[in-house]
Design a protein around this ligand. Structure first.
Ligand code: RB5
Length: 143
């Protein structure tokens, strides 16, 4: 199950990603926001983060204008490793090396075509499980 959340700037891009989920029969849960004038991105970062912490979702996608605020908010949460990626190389590498469980993107940074490719790459890449990467992730968790 993929959890997806966004602020007002990310609504249209989210709908493009939802179209990709539906075309590819990928199960998702939409944590908002819906179409609205203004919204606070930490609300949606926390909603998706909590769903991951409770294991209601396996991975998350977060979108704000830059992807920065929403990834900062998500990364404050225990067990959340949110990676801000605007290219496919990073989206793959962050799954392989960091076992990132959230992909963050900026709707004002990437167009929908690239964003969907980045999502596809992220979802289809797996953590390598290599000891050195596990060790480093453990060190992050220790604070
Ligand atoms: C909203 O204007 C904007 O600040 C937000 O979407 C995001 O880019 C914050 O990091």
């Amino acid at each position: 199950m993929i959890g997806i959340g966004n602020d007002h700037t990310g609504y249209e891009l989210k709908m493009e990603i939802i179209k990709y989920f539906e075309e590819n029969k990928i199960e998702y849960k939409d944590f908002g926001c819906g179409k609205q004038e203004s919204s606070d991105y930490p609300i949606y970062a926390k909603a998706v983060g909590r769903a991951l912490q409770k294991k209601e979702c396996d991975l998350g996608i977060l979108i704000c204008g830059t992807g920065i605020g929403i990834s900062i908010a998500a990364n404050k949460m225990k067990g959340i490793r949110a990676a801000l990626c605007h290219d496919c190389f990073s989206a793959e590498a962050t799954r392989l090396h960091n076992n990132a469980n959230v992909l963050a993107m900026g709707a004002r940074v990437v167009g929908p075509g690239l964003a969907v490719k980045i999502v596809d790459t992220f979802l289809n890449s797996k953590f390598s499980g290599e000891e050195r990467h596990s060790r480093r992730i453990q060190m992050i968790e220790e604070e």
